[in-house]
Design a protein around this ligand. Structure first.
Ligand SMILES: [Zn+2]
Length: 389
């Protein structure tokens, strides 16, 4: 039995933190959380007197195969599978060192993220728990076609979902609109018809898998919700030259319980991409509007897609929700822990510090509930009870 003592503990849900906690771990799982700081006889003590204990963070939208360089697509295209896999191992370590103990990879090449997932499965200190979609399903020449997931027509889409299910993916990802990273695609236009999206969501659910849609355009968002997708990535309501929230669609998102995976947060260095910068204010207003309307928003990052989004960027996403979106720190942390765990369907073992759940723990110096930048000051990381940092 190991006991970790700290100044306070945030368990993953918004209510008040535990003061002077002792967190007991046995066999890789949390055995108990007690207030008061009394160490049970015979327990090994890890004393972190200035630290706050949190559940390890969960990034529900990353790309381990993208190297966070200025040209991640070109860099991927010129690398062999074994080089890409090496790069992904390093990306996984980078995430873990920042306290990110679970990642959901929403777009790789050749199912490499599944290979990494399986490789790391017996070795919790080598990286986070990896969940993965494999190559996202897209139209011929559509967003991220170079990852190998092109499919067309209702039958083609059903086949593509089945192929992924056979590979053992954790989630089905469909590119419902164009994307910034793929020249020739249009973010403000839908890529698939409603019947194709319906086929994708239906087939995913038939295999017991969640379906998530990359969607920037209002039409793509509306269709993905109508088609029965479980979540929407980005959900940015982008038009050709701006951002235009559609109240009816936001209402439909709330009513259907579809989760919005907000891929927010960048390193505070450098400028945002030229096409995004002029829309910054509109995005802020959009996410405030969705939150007010009652949309469930999960905090995620899209790590890997550029130099401002390294695989350790998620803490900045939490900070951004507090500083720019006006969220309380507890709520932003909840969106990156217990709420993200629910979206990723791992809430029976991840996302909270509670008896019986995996002891994936982030300890930071200071109090992130009053100053979220404390998240950047990592004091210790534990994966299934093993201290990795
Ligand atoms: Zn992405």
């Amino acid at each position: 039995m190991r006991a970790t003592r700290a100044a306070r503990l945030f368990g993953g849900l918004a209510p008040a933190p535990v003061e002077r906690p002792i967190l007991l771990v046995a066999d890789g799982r949390t055995a108990a959380v007690r207030a008061g700081g009394e160490v049970p006889a015979g327990a090994d003590l890890v004393d972190l007197p200035d630290a706050t204990l949190l559940p390890g963070l969960i990034d529900a939208h990353t790309h381990l195969a993208f190297d966070a360089s200025a040209d991640p697509v070109g860099s991927l295209a010129s690398a062999s599978d074994s080089d890409v896999l090496d790069r992904m191992r390093r990306a996984a370590c980078t995430a873990l060192a920042a306290g990110i103990t679970t990642v959901r990879d929403l777009g790789d090449r050749g199912y490499l993220a599944l290979r990494l997932r399986d490789e790391l499965a017996g070795n919790p200190t080598a990286g986070p728990l990896v969940l993965a979609s494999g190559p996202p399903i897209t139209t011929p020449g559509g967003h991220c076609w170079y990852l190998g997931g092109e499919a067309t027509g209702v039958d083609g889409i059903r086949d593509a979902v089945r192929a992924r299910a056979e590979h053992g993916v954790d989630v089905i990802k469909v590119m419902a609109s164009g994307g910034e990273m793929t020249p020739g695609t249009q973010v403000h236009l839908a890529q698939f018809g409603l019947d194709e999206l319906r086929a994708a969501a239906e087939e995913a659910h038939r295999f017991g898998l969640p379906a998530t849609a990359h969607a920037h355009s209002g039409r793509a968002i509306a269709d993905a919700v109508a088609a029965g997708f479980d979540s929407i990535e980005h959900c940015s309501f982008m038009t050709e030259d701006g951002v235009e929230p559609l109240p009816d669609v936001i209402e439909a998102i709330v009513e259907s319980g579809v989760v919005v995976c907000a891929t927010v947060g960048v390193l505070p260095t450098g400028a945002p991409p030229p096409r995004i910068a002029p829309r910054d204010e509109a995005f802020t207003a959009l996410f405030r509007q969705m939150k007010r309307a009652g949309v469930t928003i999960v905090c995620s990052s899209d790590a890997g897609i550029g130099p401002q989004k390294p695989h350790s960027v998620l803490p900045h996403s939490v900070i951004m929700l507090v500083e720019t979106q006006g969220w309380s720190a507890a709520e932003a942390l909840e969106a990156a822990t217990s709420r993200a765990a629910r979206l990723c369907r791992v809430d029976d073992r991840k996302g909270r510090l509670a008896p019986g759940l995996d002891a994936d723990i982030l300890a930071v110096t200071g109090n992130p509930l009053t100053s979220p930048r404390a998240l950047l000051d990592v004091a210790a990381v534990f994966r299934e009870g093993h201290r990795t940092h």
